[in-house]
Write a protein that binds this ligand. Structure first.
Ligand code: AMP
Length: 141
């Protein structure tokens, strides 16, 4: 298991110290738009447990996190008009993990549209806000 930094960037979002395009929150999880989306509607779902990765979370916490991923994925797919959804989760730098606070990626995919590279560029803030609005509308419907 990786070392856990209690001041990591996702904790700062949980505390409201760093802004994010929040889409969903409950007692155990928070979902927001990835700032460097690989497709439109790329969402991160994070646990509120102090867990750096899959190995560090309680089974109960993981079940709650997975249930939110399951609930949000089809809504995000519909909101952006995608055909499928890729779920990704990295453990360790060697696997591509860059933020050591457990999270799942929900990445909507459209037929024939390639996915952008990881961490390529910051999205336009207005475009992110518009996507967040679309997703919130479907979640709250
Ligand atoms: P991972 O490689 O699974 O650790 O992914 C971490 C993700 O966090 C990357 O896709 C980043 O684009 C995303 N990320 C980093 N900083 C922020 C931020 N301030 N707001 C939203 N997403 C972020």
């Amino acid at each position: 298991m990786a070392a856990y930094d209690p001041d990591n960037i996702f904790v700062k979002m949980l505390k409201g110290e760093i802004p994010c395009h929040k889409l969903y929150e409950d007692d155990d999880t928070l979902a927001f738009l990835d700032i460097m989306p690989r497709t439109e509607g790329h969402v991160l779902v994070i646990t509120k447990e102090p867990a750096p990765d899959l190995y560090g979370i309680s089974p109960e916490g993981l079940a709650k996190l997975a249930a939110v991923v399951q609930k949000l994925a089809p809504k995000i797919k519909d909101a952006v008009g995608a055909d499928g959804v890729l779920i990704q989760q990295f453990n360790g730098a060697a696997a591509g993990q860059t933020v050591f606070h457990l999270h799942f990626h929900i990445i909507p995919r459209k037929d024939g549209v390639p996915m952008g590279p990881e961490g390529a560029k910051m999205a336009d803030p207005d475009a992110l806000a518009a996507t967040a609005e679309k997703i919130r509308n479907v979640i709250s419907a």
